[in-house]
Design a protein around this ligand. Structure first.
Ligand SMILES: Nc1ncnc2c1ncn2[C@@H]1O[C@H](COP(=O)(O)OP(=O)(O)OP(=O)(O)O)[C@@H](O)[C@H]1O
Length: 265
């Protein structure tokens, strides 16, 4: 079943200083199937975050249609959960308090929401930290909590906006491995924004490559690498390098001036 359907999406912004119109998204269409992990890559400023914000219902498109589970999106809703680059946690709530928050909003009974939250905290490696506060956690642990909090809600689509961008390389590898393990266990539907080609290939079933602004879909690349995946072993597969190189070429073709920066990311 199709979880997310984007048809002919376009977005113009008006620059608040100059009054000029900027076409961020030219014309973008794609689908994400239930239980699929799809990433979006493209040159800086091509509108990746804007696509995510429109799906989340935070930003209104200029034209085009977004459907989640067959229903047209016209604002934020509990069927979509967002993991941001900054952790967006409640600093005054404990780890458990943060993890149960969405379930409480949904009216899930106390015992059940506690059990569900504890299950997901365990899954992301935060068992034993339930009573800590966010400031007592490392950046990587805060991001794990961000992921657990969204997963606990079991949204139809999990939206992730460069969740590991501000995390050191070593922790990032661990988080990528752990996210993959959780994905392979639970099969949420994930739409993931990133600048990092290797990250996109490692995590995804398909990678949407956008052109620069006004963006269009340049190609949707299928990642036919076996699962379960593990960073070390998967990135050493010849197929991994072949797909990553192909995406690098797509991004550097046709005057995509930031392709080389992306390749180095
Ligand atoms: N609120 C806004 N008002 C005006 N212009 C905006 C606004 N938000 C984004 N833009 C412009 O729209 C374009 C797309 O921005 P967006 O952040 O979606 O791109 P991106 O691909 O996610 O960028 P990056 O790769 O740098 O994170 C950019 O040119 C940006 O300056």
């Amino acid at each position: 079943m199709t979880a997310l359907e984007i048809s002919e999406l376009a977005k113009d912004y008006v620059d608040s200083y100059t009054g000029d119109q900027v076409t961020a998204i030219g014309n973008v269409s794609f689908t994400v199937e239930e239980g699929e992990f799809v990433s979006i890559l493209g040159p800086s400023g091509c509108g990746k975050t804007t696509v995510l914000n429109i799906i989340a219902g935070f930003v209104e498109q200029t034209s085009g249609v977004v459907k989640v589970g067959g229903r047209v999106v016209d604002g934020p809703g509990p069927d979509r959960g967002v993991v941001f680059q900054s952790h967006a946690l409640f600093p005054w709530k404990t780890v458990l308090g943060n993890a149960v928050f969405g379930l409480r909003m949904k009216g899930v009974p106390a015992a059940q929401r506690r059990a569900t939250a504890l299950e997901y905290l365990d899954l992301v490696g935060l068992a034993g930290f339930e009573n800590k506060y966010p400031h007592e956690l490392s950046g990587g642990m805060q991001q794990r909590l961000g992921v657990a909090r969204v997963l606990a809600n079991e949204p139809a689509v999990m939206l992730m906006d460069e969740p590991f961008a501000s995390i050191d390389a070593q922790t990032r590898r661990k988080l990528q491995d752990d996210l993959t393990r959780v994905f392979e266990l639970r099969r949420p539907t994930v739409f993931f924004v990133t600048h990092d080609i290797d990250e996109a290939v490692f995590l995804s079933d398909r990678v949407i490559v956008l052109s620069r602004r006004p963006s269009r879909v340049r190609e949707i690349v299928t990642v036919d690498l076996p699962r379960p995946r593990q960073w070390q072993a998967t990135t050493e597969l010849p197929g991994f390098r072949r797909i990553a190189n192909h995406i690098t070429e797509l991004l550097s073709e046709g005057g995509e001036s930031e392709g080389s920066e992306l390749a180095a990311a």
